[in-house]
Design a protein around this ligand. Structure first.
Ligand SMILES: Nc1ncnc2c1ncn2[C@@H]1O[C@H](COP(=O)(O)OP(=O)(O)OP(=O)(O)O)[C@@H](O)[C@H]1O
Ligand SMILES: CC(C)(CO)[C@@H](O)C(=O)[O-]
Ligand code: BAL
Length: 291
């Protein structure tokens, strides 16, 4: 008899997760899956015996007035995307399975610390508490050996790494490069909120990052000016343009750094980031000249 793969097994309860075979890789998502998610799954596939994708639109990371209710829910299409990447199990819990003792005021949550209140955290002050709490709960339910996240949400990835270290969760956290559309726009479930004109304008965000990376040898001020210049030319007023160290601390003025941008373009907020190498403008030579 031939072994026909007919898609992932859909699991909705904690009890069903106890029978997972061998080592386990987890890709947490909120569904509305696109090629960026599929790349995370393909990256995760060889890392463990069993590949689990979770699909859960987590209410605690949305603030009052954000798009929790409107967030796209495309479960049947999502199962097809998971099948493409040979996913074994799709874990799609209800809110009660995810938060068996509730998620209101008075419950235990994971405090993201100071990194949770800057950049995205300054715009969405309760967001990372919700993200870290649900990721910790997913780790508790799925018990993965390895978990894969996208660099598109760079601050989220950094905070999850810190949580795993601080709480000694024993999960290997793997980051995957951002998957982009042909014009450079980072894929994102919320891109579907972009109307045609804003969709075109949105390509200025990755173009601004390109300009920032190209200005790297001239130093941090030149990088920030280049990014702001491209965004302004496209009529985009960013929530922030920031340079940090690769692990989201203060950058050292020269050397490796991370450049992060967030901006509302039409309905959605777009996030993007790139690695950048900063030259030291006071040294009189660029890093390649000086090497
Ligand atoms: N373009 C992308 N490239 C790589 N990873 C991505 C990309 N988009 C999302 N991811 C990652 O997929 C995981 C699940 O993200 P999520 O389900 O929130 O999708 P999203 O596209 O980021 O949605 P949203 O538009 O709500 O931000 C996260 O680890 C996220 O960083
Ligand atoms: C990590 C995550 C699945 C937690 O809900 C979410 O923040 C996301 O999709 O990036
Ligand atoms: N990928 C980020 C999830 C959120 O915006 O809630």
């Amino acid at each position: 008899m031939t072994d026909v793969f007919d898609g992932p097994r859909v699991v909705r309860t904690a009890a069903e997760l106890r029978a997972l075979a061998g080592s386990v890789a987890l890709v947490p998502t909120m569904g509305a899956l696109h090629d960026g998610h599929v790349q995370l799954m393909k990256h995760a596939r060889p890392l463990a015996d069993t590949l689990v994708v979770s699909i859960f639109v987590n209410p605690t990371q949305f603030a009052e007035g954000e798009d929790f209710t409107e967030y796209p829910r495309t479960f049947e299409d999502d199962l097809a995307r998971c099948a493409e990447a040979d996913v074994d199990v799709v874990f799609a819990p209800t809110v009660d399975v995810m938060y068996p003792s509730g998620h209101g005021a008075g419950q235990v949550t994971v405090d993201p610390g100071p990194l949770g209140s800057v950049l995205e955290g300054a715009v969405r002050p309760t967001h990372f508490r919700g993200v870290l709490t649900v990721v910790a709960a997913l780790f508790g339910l799925v018990r993965p050996d390895v978990a894969v996240f996208g660099e598109k949400d760079y601050q989220q990835l950094g905070l999850i790494r810190r949580m795993v270290d601080t709480l000694c969760l024993g999960v290997e956290v793997v980051g995957c490069p951002t998957v982009r559309e042909a014009d450079g726009l980072a894929m994102s479930s919320r891109n579907r909120y972009l109307g045609p004109e804003d969709r075109q304008r949105a390509a200025a965000v990755p173009r601004a990052l390109d300009a920032g990376v190209a200005a790297g040898p001239q130093g941090a001020d030149a990088v920030l000016a280049a990014v702001h210049g491209v965004l302004a030319a496209a009529g985009i007023d960013p929530d922030y343009v920031a340079l940090t160290s690769p692990d989201l601390g203060e950058h050292g003025g020269s050397g490796e750094a991370r450049l992060l941008v967030a901006a509302r373009v039409g309905a959605p907020r777009l996030l993007d980031n790139r690695a950048v190498h900063l030259g030291d403008p006071t040294s009189g030579t660029t890093p390649s000249e000086g090497a």
